[in-house]
Design a protein. Structure first.
Length: 339
């Protein structure tokens, strides 16, 4: 998956899945996310599919047999969500105190969010109906958790850092904010490229050498492109048919290039993306299920939406003219953009 989140939130993500998740699941499983950022392309997030302890099936099976535990987690998650929403109102807290508090609450919420996402994406809908329903209902009620956390973190960080750091808010870690030990040179390097793995950031690395050194192999989808009339298949999240120009989005800043009637093509939409620009006429994503953010937004805005294509951002190019047929869940390339 690809996300356009600040590094400090990826720290919450890592803590939640590598440290928080095992505590909740009594060490039955964990996730070890690998984050690779490239400027103007967002941050790719990878998982180790070969590690049996990172198999989500065991997590789904566990909570299917321990529904009361899931109920308690959901209750805790919902309460923390309310607290998170109101932190900014607390005038007794300094900006640094707010940053620490938001970070602590977010990293405690993240493993529960992961559990709900994994359950909600379970392929056996009938067998796990009860836990899927609870997970999806909770996610829908709290879908702006990530946006709230990120927006509040960035707002408070911007208040305590000098003006020269403002363009690098997405590339600062928590300890650097607390200790005030960070240089512009480091942030420039990190903005260009970074790897965040096992709780440590590696600035502007040679990606291939890093992967080889850590014995990591990135699995990629095989894309077979036969003709210019290639049809991309996905799942319909909201029906409709429309033609438009492709605008690929990997980072928040990319949303500004979308003009009225353009087709938004992205890995997955997030609340912060949609808040910037709503001129798009349809949505196409690589990822997502029927309860994902893109599906929810498409239904609310009544715009054709095809999710889970896996390859849309790789195959489609900015400027391509396409037909989105969300009645059938297909995207047809009508005319390729000029190179």
């Amino acid at each position: 998956m690809t996300r356009s989140f600040p590094l400090i939130f990826f720290e919450c993500w890592y803590w939640g899945e590598k440290i928080g998740l095992p505590k909740i699941c009594q060490n039955r499983m964990y996730f070890e996310p690998l984050f690779i950022h490239n400027q103007n392309l967002g941050t790719d997030v990878f998982y180790d599919i070969a590690d049996k302890k990172q198999n989500p099936i065991s997590l789904v099976e566990y909570f299917d047999n321990h529904f009361s535990e899931l109920e308690m987690l959901v209750d805790s998650y919902s309460k923390k969500y309310v607290i998170l929403k109101n932190i900014y109102k607390d005038e007794k807290l300094s900006s640094l105190e707010k940053i620490n508090k938001i970070f602590e609450i977010s990293k405690e919420m993240f493993p529960i969010l992961t559990i709900m996402v994994v359950i909600g994406n379970s392929s056996d809908k009938k067998k796990h109906k009860k836990i899927i329903k609870l997970s999806n209902e909770t996610r829908k009620k709290t879908e702006d958790f990530v946006a709230i956390s990120i927006n509040e973190l960035l707002r408070e960080i911007s208040k305590i850092l000098p003006k020269k750091y403002q363009e690098y808010l997405y590339f600062i870690k928590l300890d650097e904010i607390i200790n005030k030990k960070i240089t512009i040179a480091t942030l420039k390097s990190r903005k260009n490229k970074y790897v965040f793995y096992q709780g440590e950031s590696h600035d502007n690395p040679d990606i291939d050498k890093f992967l080889k050194l850590n014995n990591i192999e990135i699995a990629k989808d095989q894309i077979v492109q036969k003709k210019e009339d290639l049809i991309i298949k996905g799942n319909s999240a909201y029906r409709g048919k429309i033609k438009g120009i492709v605008r690929k989005v990997f980072e928040v800043a990319d949303m500004k290039k979308i003009k009225k009637g353009d087709i938004l093509v992205t890995s997955m939409t997030t609340p912060d993306l949609i808040a910037i620009n709503k001129n798009f006429s349809a949505i196409i994503t690589d990822e997502g299920g029927i309860t994902c953010h893109a599906a929810i937004i498409a239904r609310e805005m009544k715009k054709p939406c095809i999710i889970g294509t896996k390859i849309a951002t790789q195959v489609l190019k900015d400027g391509d003219l396409v037909e989105v047929d969300a009645d059938r869940g297909i995207v047809k390339i009508i005319k390729r953009a000029k190179k």
